[in-house]
Design a protein around this ligand. Structure first.
Ligand code: NIG
Ligand code: FE
Length: 410
């Protein structure tokens, strides 16, 4: 039976399609000699070219190029003011990230810089960062608040994320990270700050539709397990999915907490242990690996990759783009770090920036694979093998970027 093509459909012909469909028993879910048919923003068919009845539709010849799903960067702090270059210089001279943060630097210095900017200026400084990621193939990106830490500034960050989503061909998934650190005006009063989030910031901004999930920095320089739990209970009452920055600098058991709420993802997880992994297995939570932060902090404790693999926990890979621990607006570079530093295989890394990253955003039914019914977000590469985009850095390998069925870069 041949697929019926309508007049306005687009037939993407002659591509080598790395579908990332885990049900296909080929590496990267690769389909050769298949055509992909898109209708508006969706993929409506992937069929052997021989079976194609092409009386209708517009044809785009991909000339045997490699096609992958659009890249998904599932953990970023892209909207912020200022930078932390001076602080980094201090760190290069031997002062630790924790010490700097205890002395009022760290996250709080970016909070000051972010609060100072008005919405327009915050939008303008965020644009080039997003543009860099889009240029290299990102079609879906998560953006966190967490550098505002009061009602108006958190809202401002989320407004900027929304405005970016409206102006660029990219899907933005926003996350409320008001529990990133205790703001200076609440110093010594972390519980009161958590109450402010639970009673005002979270319910009001949720009501306004400004975010999709709630995140917390569960760490000695962030929030305790009890405070994180309080936050999650409020989120749960409102029906908001949760995730966490956990086990980055020590093991507080944050992963088990996230898992107990059936959270979307646990992120960083250098200090994750077997108990935590077993909890993730139960809950189906994604392990998000952030090699950029590992590298930039000169971390030596590796996340338990082998155990995650053994327990078949889906692993995502993301930039964690932020001014303090991962100032890297390049997912491809971070994919390289995932290979060199974390020893992930190329196929694991590709899954980590496509299907598993989609799952970390609760979008596994619509994003991250090239499959009938999924968003037509894909990249056509000037490359023969997916490993090339991990291996080679600094060159533009993107040939064509298609977002929701339309060519947005060529
Ligand atoms: O993901 N771990 C906490 N948050 C960020 C760092 C934020 C900062 O230093 O500004 C991270 O690494
Ligand atoms: Fe982060």
């Amino acid at each position: 039976m041949s697929f019926k093509i309508l007049a306005n459909d687009i037939i993407w012909l002659n591509g080598r399609i790395a579908t990332m469909d885990q049900d296909l028993n080929s590496e990267y879910g690769l389909l050769e000699n298949h055509a992909m048919v898109t209708r508006n923003n969706l993929i409506v068919a992937i069929v052997p070219e021989a079976k194609l009845d092409m009386v209708n539709g517009k044809v785009v010849d991909l000339e045997r190029r490699l096609v992958t799903p659009g890249l998904i960067d599932c953990h970023t702090h892209l909207v912020f003011g200022g930078n932390r270059a001076a602080e980094w210089e201090q760190r290069m001279k031997g002062v630790s990230y924790e010490t700097i943060s205890q002395q009022g630097g760290g996250i709080n210095s970016t909070v000051r810089a972010t609060r100072t900017l008005n919405e327009d200026d915050l939008y303008h400084v965020s644009q080039p960062r997003l543009e860099a990621l889009i240029r290299e193939g990102v079609t879906t990106i998560e953006m966190k608040s967490g550098y505002g830490l009061d009602f108006d500034s958190e809202q401002k960050q989320l407004f900027v994320a929304k405005r970016l989503a409206q102006s660029y061909p990219v899907t933005v998934s926003s996350t409320l990270l008001s529990a990133h650190t205790v703001p200076s005006e609440y110093k010594g009063k972390a519980d009161e700050y958590i109450d402010l989030i639970c009673n005002e910031i979270m319910p009001t901004l949720w009501e306004k539709g400004l975010f999709e999930a709630v995140d917390v920095f569960c760490e000695s320089v962030g929030f305790s397990l009890e405070q994180s739990q309080k936050l999650f209970l409020t989120a749960q009452k409102l029906g908001i999915p949760v995730k966490g920055h956990v086990e980055q600098l020590s093991n507080l058991g944050g992963s088990e907490l996230v898992a107990s709420f059936k959270g979307l993802s646990v992120d960083h997880i250098e200090y994750l242990d077997l108990k935590g992994i077993q909890a993730l297995k139960q809950s189906g939570t994604v392990a998000v690996l952030l090699p950029g932060a590992f590298y930039f902090l000169r971390e030596t404790k590796l996340p338990p990759i082998e155990l995650l693999r053994e327990h078949q926990i889906p692993m995502a890979v993301s930039t964690d783009f932020n001014p303090g621990t991962s100032p890297f607006a390049s997912l491809r570079m971070v994919m390289n770090m995932a290979a060199v530093l974390f020893r992930l295989t190329p196929e694991e890394i590709w899954a980590g920036v496509t299907c598993h990253a989609a799952r970390a955003l609760g979008r596994e039914e619509s994003h991250g694979q090239l499959k009938v019914g999924y968003q037509a977000d894909f990249i056509v590469w000037n490359a023969a093998d997916p490993v090339e985009m991990i291996y080679e850095q600094g060159s533009q390998m993107l040939y064509m970027r298609v977002y929701q069925g339309s060519i947005s870069h060529h």
